[in-house]
Design a protein around this ligand. Structure first.
Ligand SMILES: [Mg+2]
Length: 230
């Protein structure tokens, strides 16, 4: 897909998996939290894992899923502190800074729109220092709805007066792309390489990319290649 950037005013970008490597989140929830929980509650790890995975799944597509206070209470662990323990795994995907720089230079309204909880957001923005590239950051917790609900995208317009016909959304969740499409957001991009530790598979429904540099206009791509190979 070649994007005609003249037709786009607003760029909405998800955080985890889209701009940042989801390896951090997958490792955190699937390995780090179960080990801490098994130590604290003296349950063998091989028993703790399926119990916790079931608990996580029970909150999928709700705001609890990303609510660190909810999980701290439910698991009896200091989840924000545990995150700090593995924060060296927080990383920006390759090509993201180049893409964000292009968006800023071309004057696009660029918003980070995430289900992430404010405590996760704080930690990740501190580690990655990408806040300055955005007009603003919207957490689903402030709107009271997760992106998995079609109504989210309407409610978002109370915060950002965007025109869905002239908006592009980048996401690593096909569910969220689906609700955005149902609402009427015109340009939808699926990030298939959401984690550095998976083999990417393209979406059957949406235009898929590995890296955001694939969306840059040819001129910008050419100048990028020139800076990489002088
Ligand atoms: Mg995501």
């Amino acid at each position: 897909m070649t994007i005609d950037w003249n037709l786009i005013d607003t760029v909405l970008l998800d955080m985890d998996g889209t701009l940042l490597d989801r390896h951090f989140d997958d490792h955190f929830w699937l390995e780090h939290v179960p080990s801490a929980w098994s130590r604290k509650h003296r349950v063998p790890l091989h028993e703790a894992k399926p119990m916790l995975y079931d608990m996580f799944r029970s909150q999928e597509r709700t705001l609890n899923w990303t609510d660190l206070d909810y999980w701290s209470d439910r698991l009896g662990l200091d989840i924000p502190l545990l995150k700090v323990e593995v924060d060296h795994l927080i990383a920006v995907h390759p090509g993201v800074i180049e893409f964000l720089t292009f968006l800023r230079q071309s004057g696009k309204e660029t918003w980070l729109v995430t289900n992430a909880h404010s405590k996760t957001l704080d930690l990740k923005m501190r580690k990655t220092r990408i806040t300055g590239y955005f007009n603003g950051i919207i957490s689903a917790h402030d709107l009271g709805l997760p992106k998995e609900e079609t109504a989210f995208w309407g409610k978002l317009r109370e915060k950002i007066p965007y025109n869905p016909e002239r908006t592009i959304l980048g996401e690593d969740s096909e569910t969220n792309l689906g609700t955005a499409r149902a609402y009427g957001i015109r340009y939808l991009v699926y990030v298939s390489r959401f984690s550095s530790s998976i083999t990417p598979e393209p979406s059957k429904e949406y235009h898929s990319i590995h890296y955001f540099t694939e969306l840059l206009p040819p001129v910008a791509q050419a100048s990028l290649n020139k800076t990489i190979t002088p």
